[in-house]
Design a protein. Structure first.
Lengths: 196, 196
DNA sequence: CTGTTACTTCAGAAAATCCTGAAAATTCAG
DNA sequence: CTGAATTTTCAGGATTTTCTGAAGTAACAG
């Protein structure tokens, strides 16, 4: 591995975190190198930077392309393939959330829907289905919220995030003004107090 | 494995998803069984339900306790340890987010802070540090938002989620009323510092 | 064509992770 | 105390994942 110390530290960290993030060390390191580079990066650069076999780099690039986290960028006068990350950091965050949702949540949503269609054959199954219903409700609510929010342009999104829970004040305030006009959100899953 | 079909299907699914979620198959299956059960569950129940060695169940329980996703619940007249999940589904979601943040994000935040303190020794490092700064800003903004939101009581939280991006209408509206009072959000990629 | 450069595939080696059974430790009733 | 019930620990075998080097394919310049 052959990188300036500051960059190397970050790249090694991404490698270590890889397994927690559901990617492997090489994929993590390769992404880190591309992310920090101020120009498109080719496979040879990566072999040099992270010090693994070329075939391993090729597989990491394929994986990162399947996540749509890097894209091919041809460099004039170069025959080799060069890659960059998505340029805007917010585009990266959006893509990450989208992909993790697709891989970690959607399959479960599908299974839940299937199982909720079936008729329970016992009290035990009836209760289990109730729990599945709760889980289904929460996932639908949260992912539905994100699908909606995700369409906002970045500036609005940042505004919203900066506001944090102060948003609630605005709501209370609006509630007061609009009292009687309806428009209330309905709660799925028992809105009980904190479980402790 | 010895479970009613509906429950078994869910448990097997959780086992398969385990690797994507950063836990192993047994941990996933054990959690699923406890989650769907009508009553506290003991290690023997789990050995029976998921069909793995008792020591494996013990390790899975330890892991789930380290996530604080299950808790010990003593059953009167029983010497064995019984477990339940957190009762409220929202408490579960909150705990999951909290733990994944702790394991998947906080370490990176620490590294980023360290590396951002150092002085770049080259143009290459200077640019890399700029990228790290962008990443740091986004993570601070998003986690800061969550830390804030997370304190809301569940009913309010559900309300907020149900509203989705309609919330923005409320904001625009508030903007209009307060125009001239100086309350605009700014800072693309930059952290905190919102004014109100 | 032919040779060079670059990318991809893949079988099996290497490494990491998971799982088991046996043994040790703990808890508690008598 | 003793002994049964239960949980925990852990060495090493089983399985899965990652990584490599070699062979294969593709693109292209001369």
């Amino acid at each position: 591995m052959n990188l300036p110390p500051l960059i190397q530290a970050f790249v090694l960290h991404f490698g270590e975190m890889g397994s927690r993030w559901g990617i492997n060390r090489t994929v993590g390191q390769v992404y880190a190198v591309i992310f920090l580079a101020n120009r498109p990066v080719c496979a040879d650069d990566l072999v040099d930077a992270v010090g693994v076999a070329r075939s391993n780099v090729a597989m990491a690039l394929k994986e990162l392309q399947s996540w749509e986290l890097i894209r091919l960028k041809h460099v004039p006068g170069e025959r080799r393939d060069f890659y960059t990350t998505l340029d805007d950091i917010w585009a990266i965050v959006r893509k990450l959330v989208e992909q993790r949702k697709r891989r970690e949540i959607d399959p479960t949503l599908t299974v839940l829907r299937e199982l909720l269609m079936q008729s329970p054959a016992s009290e035990e199954e009836r209760f289990a289905q109730e729990r599945m219903q709760e889980m289904h409700g929460v996932i639908e609510l949260v992912t539905g919220w994100y699908d909606d929010i995700e369409r906002l342009e970045t500036e609005r999104l940042v505004q919203l995030l900066s506001l944090g829970s102060k948003i609630v004040k605005a709501l209370e305030w609006k509630d007061k003004l609009f009292v009687g006009k309806g428009a209330r959100g309905k709660a799925k899953g028992a809105p009980a107090g904190e479980g402790d």
